[in-house]
Structures are given as structure tokens and as C-alpha cells.
Design a protein around this ligand. Structure first.
Ligand SMILES: [Cu+2]
Ligand SMILES: [Zn+2]
Length: 183
């Protein structure tokens, strides 16, 4: 276990405030607090109807996903993933590419060669095809916003969490491109 000794902690705090003073970095009176970047994807179905929103918020070294689906899916379990390309061309969303997989693994948390970084827990829609859920993910904003971006895809069926490349989760029914936001 590594712990700063009290002396070291005081020294670093002192050199930090000296650095800030030297740079004139003191916030002006009434300035807004510093903004934190996060990712947001607005979901659409294959007809272009708005179907919900997903945010990825930095937390505990990963990204906390908040998923709100307002329609466009059947009741029950649906595979959801972060896909490798930030393009959701209707109606089949094949432009979103395969699963977000910067570490070159296979699909599924139940696959010894897996999982993809973009593999997420299934979403359970209620009788009206709505779902609201949150869970931690193990990727980063830098990986989400790589050269070709990333997207969020909701599939027609459940994800078996082991069959490469997408858990037999069927057609892509909702898709949203991740954009950078600040809050
Ligand atoms: Cu998928
Ligand atoms: Zn996968």
C-alpha cells in the first residue's frame, strides 16, 4: 500500500499553490465552476423516431452508464453494447461496426476469451418497452472518442454473453452516436 507521508503531502500542496499563484490561475470572482467532460448519445429507431438517451460519466476510473429508453423496443431483455464506429445510418445501423474492442478480445463476459470493452449488462424493458438503468463500464472517454468515434446500440434480442461476435442478440433496433458534452 502506498501512502503519502504527512510531510510529503504538505510539500506537494505547497508546491501546487505556488505553481497556481505563479501562473495567475486563481479563478476570477463569480466564475462558473470547472466543467467536466462526459459522453451523450441520443437514441433513434430505424424510422428515425427518438427513443431515449445514454450518458457515460467519468467515475471511479471508468465510465458510469445511465440508460433511458423511452420506446422502440419490445418488453423483456435486450443486448446493449458500445459499438466501434460513431455512425448510426438507418434502418439497420450496420455502419456502427462491431463492438467497441480496443483490447482485441472476443465477445461476452461468459467467454474465456472475452469480453469486449463495449459489452454491457442487458437492459430489461417493461411492458411498455421502456427501461431506465445505470451500471459501471470499463472504458474511457479517450477510447470512446477515438478517430472514428463510438455509438450505443440496442438489439432486438437478449445477449447470451458468450457467442462471438455479438451474443446472438439479433437485429440492431436502436442506435445513438456519442458526442462530447460538458457539465
Ligand atoms: Cu451490439
Ligand atoms: Zn461484444
Amino acid at each position: 500500500m502506498t501512502r503519502l507521508s504527512p510531510t510529503l503531502a504538505i510539500l506537494s500542496a505547497t508546491s501546487l499553490s505556488l505553481t497556481l499563484a505563479a501562473c495567475g490561475a486563481k479563478a476570477p470572482e463569480g466564475a462558473p465552476p470547472p466543467q467536466t467532460p462526459y459522453a451523450e448519445a441520443l437514441l433513434y429507431d430505424g424510422n428515425g423516431q427518438a427513443a431515449g438517451v445514454v450518458t457515460l460519466i467519468p467515475e471511479n476510473g471508468g465510465l458510469q452508464a445511465n440508460v433511458q429508453i423511452t420506446g422502440g423496443i419490445t418488453p423483456g431483455a435486450h443486448g446493449v453494447h458500445i459499438h466501434a464506429v460513431g455512425e448510426c445510418k438507418r434502418p439497420d445501423f450496420t455502419t456502427a461496426g462491431g463492438h467497441h474492442n480496443p483490447t482485441g478480445k472476443q465477445h461476452g463476459t461468459g467467454n474465456p476469451m472475452g469480453p469486449h470493452e463495449g459489452d454491457l449488462p442487458m437492459v430489461m424493458a417493461d411492458a411498455n418497452g421502456r427501461a431506465t438503468t445505470s451500471f459501471p463500464t470499463h472504458t474511457t472517454l479517450d477510447a470512446i472518442f477515438d478517430a472514428d468515434g463510438s455509438s450505443f446500440v440496442v438489439h432486438a434480442n437478449a445477449d447470451d454473453m458468450k457467442t462471438d461476435p455479438s451474443g446472438n442478440s439479433g437485429a440492431r433496433v436502436l442506435c445513438g452516436v456519442f458526442f462530447r458534452k460538458l457539465h
